[in-house]
Write a protein that binds this ligand. Structure first.
Ligand SMILES: Nc1ncnc2c1ncn2[C@@H]1O[C@H](COP(=O)(O)OP(=O)(O)O)[C@@H](O)[C@H]1O
Ligand SMILES: [Mg+2]
Length: 227
């Protein structure tokens, strides 16, 4: 579904150029469950932002469903991003004044859907993450793990074809982080959702079917582990 070929990304900070990604090659197929590990600052979020169409590479090729992303204009990129990519972040990014249900429904407000359909779909995704009984709660009335479940429901409501999770368990206790990981495992196994999990927790990464690591600006895939 997506392919990166010799992808590079540099940032310019004043007179200094920082070469973060220096030739990343990666192919992700529908139904993949893939982890990306690597030291802090190695470029994991940079890569996720490029895959998620939030940022453009400096050079190299990004083919999404066979189309070269650099040839797609900003309006269409936003449309594709809203329709097919779900994001989950370390710090949840929920709006504090909205209830869980309202946070989850937000991505649909930009689509022309009726209140009834929005209500039904919000309820359905909250059920998928076990949060149907907390729909009326505001984020500050929820634990970190519960907030992350709501954030996952929000990422799912648009029926994305790929879920990008940037350190989704990084702010949670290991036991709670594992519950979040179990949601990703289930979505991948039962619904065939393509999931990319960025993590620096080896125990989380090892539960993914494909495991990769970024070092020195390059992404390496680790051999599948048996047994
Ligand atoms: N907008 C930016 N401008 C300049 N440098 C940046 C920018 N975003 C990230 N960087 C730098 O790029 C490197 C990789 O950052 P990042 O992708 O966030 O790493 P990671 O997510 O692996 O911790 C870091 O050295 C960071 O300081
Ligand atoms: Mg990061």
């Amino acid at each position: 579904m997506l392919r990166l070929v010799d992808l590079c990304k540099s940032y310019r900070v004043g007179p200094i150029r920082v070469d973060v990604l220096q030739g990343v090659n990666l192919e992700v197929n529908q139904g993949d469950l893939l982890s990306i590990m690597g030291a802090s600052g190695c470029g994991k979020s940079t890569l996720m932002n490029i895959i998620g169409l939030l940022d453009q590479p400096t050079s190299g090729s990004y083919l999404l469903e066979g189309r070269e992303v650099s040839t797609i204009n900003d309006d269409e990129l936003s449309r594709i991003r809203n329709a097919s990519i779900g994001f989950v972040f370390q710090s949840f990014h929920l709006l504090p004044r909205l209830t869980a249900q309202e946070n989850v429904a937000l991505p649909l407000v930009y689509r022309r859907l009726g209140d009834k359909e929005i209500g039904q779909r919000s309820q359905a995704v909250l059920e998928k993450v076990g949060m149907q009984d907390r729909a009326a709660h505001k984020p500050n009335e929820l634990s970190g793990g519960q907030q992350q479940r709501v954030a996952i429901a929000r990422a799912l409501i648009g029926e994305p074809s790929i879920l990008l999770a940037d350190e989704p368990t990084g702010a949670l206790d290991p036991r709670i982080g594992q519950e979040i990981m179990r949601i990703f495992l289930r979505l991948n196994a039962e619904e065939g959702l393509t999931v990319i999990v960025i993590t620096h927790d080896r125990a989380i990464a090892q539960q993914c079917i494909r495991q990769t690591r970024i070092s020195d600006g390059v992404l390496h895939e680790e051999a599948p582990q048996h047994g």
